[in-house]
Design a binder for this molecule. Structure first.
Ligand code: HEC
Ligand code: HEC
Length: 439
């Protein structure tokens, strides 16, 4: 009797703490669900444009284009800006208006922000994107955050600049579907607001090249890299959790991630700006046949439009960088992506087939899908479940603080999703012997 009494009096505070925690968690979860439910949805599952603009105003209360973004050397920053498109407030404002304008699509339902949605990490969080007339492409929409810092644009690097890139989706038949640049100009040229804005920004009438320039200028204001990990790199050792800290060490050593995703104070982006076949969808591909088909198609028509079509609308999309260079070593190769804000831009990889960051780790742990063109840097890693959790914790520490709420939501969602598959069966895991340089 006596013992029982002591036990119950010991238990009760614990029970009430657990109950209290439960209530708090339930309320938080509900608030989160309520916030999400409030996002008014427009066409193709994207948040309504007006709502996105409001959200952007909150993320970016003011933009001073004369200032170098924090953490950048001003000379390096200037090197990212082309001579003929110096950043001015007028250009940024015009580009921002164009970015959200659905009139730039053939049926008036799609803007850049449909697939690069402010409320979804500037992506669509879909495996592959949906354009006009419910058409789906072959590739996953990358984020437009920090694209100003890329050396080549598009996942296969087929575009040299943001100015050039911004004009492509407008005339892509399955994205915004305009018949040509002039059709896009015609859609907005009678709008007095635009006429004035183009004059102010470029001292010219509404024209297609300046549409591309203005959107690029706007994109250069989307620098979002103020993350816990960035503060850690700059010397604040307590900015990230001890799991994330261990994950960072694994990222550099046993995980070998750093060979392609360099991250250090002078290159905090996590990309080598090169192209690798990391065996994402290799299991389903017959690269031999695809290569032959790709070469034939490009022989018949080597235009930019043809390349765009092959990349977004055919199975040859899987050839990746090869379609641009025709180099054997580029078969199935894609650009190493920036890892900034990675937590909020699922699903992953060029085809969006990898749902969570835990799945990304499982992919690397087995050394990717074997194929003839697999990058030499890929091999099985034998990471344990704890080590995988730590690297994932590190990856979630790369999100800008302004997206902290969405980052937490994704962390919970992805964890729950991945737990359905875990623990993995033995034959899903891959092991390798230790090699000389490892501790
Ligand atoms: C229908 C969906 C869709 C629309 C609309 C769309 N995009 Fe994209 N965007 C994508 C997809 C998919 C990719 C990847 C294509 C590829 O790399 O081959 C992409 C790639 C990009 C990239 C390259 C990012 C990188 O990491 O290399 C930028 C920048 C970009 N889009 C900006 C824009 C702008 C600006 C607009 C409006 C003019 C726009 N997008 C309209 C789906 C879309
Ligand atoms: C051989 C070079 C290489 C190595 C090693 C490598 N990566 Fe990657 N990583 C890439 C490339 C290339 C892609 C894009 C592949 C694709 O889309 O098909 C990628 C994609 C990713 C993505 C998805 C990005 C997105 O936006 O969809 C994540 C996350 C990632 N890598 C993390 C890691 C981690 C963690 C490691 C170490 C365990 C690692 N990578 C090792 C080259 C590499």
């Amino acid at each position: 009797m006596h013992t029982k009494k002591i036990q119950s009096s010991r238990c009760s505070p614990i029970v009430s703490i657990v109950t209290l925690c439960g209530i708090v968690l339930f309320t938080l979860w509900n608030t989160q669900a309520a916030v999400l439910a409030q996002v008014p949805k427009g066409e193709h599952g994207a948040a309504e444009m007006e709502y996105q603009i409001k959200q952007l105003n909150q993320l970016q209360p003011s933009v001073d284009v004369s200032k170098t973004p924090p953490g950048f050397d001003s000379v390096i920053w200037q090197a990212f800006i082309p001579q003929d498109n110096a950043l001015t407030p007028e250009r940024v404002l015009l580009g921002r208006k164009l970015y959200f304008d659905k009139r730039l699509s053939a049926d008036g339902t799609v803007s850049c922000a449909t697939c690069h949605d402010v409320t979804r990490g500037f992506t669509d969080q879909l495996a592959v994107s949906e354009g006009i007339k419910e058409q789906f492409g072959k590739r996953n929409a990358p984020t437009t955050l920090n694209v100003a810092l890329l050396q080549t644009v598009f996942l296969d690097g087929r575009s040299p600049t943001l100015e050039h890139q911004a004009k492509m989706p407008i005339i892509n038949p399955i994205e915004m579907g305009m018949s040509d640049g002039q059709a896009a100009v015609n859609a907005i040229k009678d709008d007095a607001e635009y006429q004035a804005a183009f004059q102010k920004a470029y001292r010219r009438q509404v024209n297609y090249d300046d549409i591309g320039r203005a959107i690029a200028a706007f994109e250069r204001t989307l620098i979002f890299m103020d993350s816990p990990f960035r503060r850690f790199l700059n010397g604040d050792k307590n900015a990230i959790s001890s799991e994330a800290h261990q994950g960072w060490e694994l990222f550099n050593e046993k995980g070998r991630c750093v060979t392609c995703h360099p991250m250090n104070p002078s290159n905090p982006l996590g990309t080598d700006n090169r192209f690798h076949n990391v065996g994402v969808s290799a299991r389903h591909q017959d690269f031999d046949t695809l290569t032959r088909q790709g070469l034939k198609a490009l022989e018949e028509d080597a235009s930019e439009q043809k390349l765009e079509e092959l990349a977004l609308s055919t199975d040859m999309s899987e050839l990746g960088r090869f379609l641009v260079t025709k180099n054997r070593s580029d078969i199935g190769a894609f650009r190493t992506p920036l890892l900034l804000n990675i937590g909020i831009t699922p699903p992953y990889m060029h085809d969006g087939t990898v749902e969570t960051l835990w799945d990304v780790m499982d992919h690397y742990n087995k050394g990717g899908e074997a194929n003839l063109f697999l990058d030499g840097g890929m091999e099985p890693l034998a990471l344990t479940e704890d080590e995988i959790n730590n690297i994932v914790a590190f990856l979630f520490s790369l999100t800008d603080d302004r997206f902290a709420q969405e980052n937490q939501r994704q962390l919970k969602r992805q964890k729950a999703q991945s737990e359905k598959k875990r623990p993995l069966k033995d034959d899903d895991m891959a092991f390798r012997k230790k090699i000389a340089f490892e501790k």
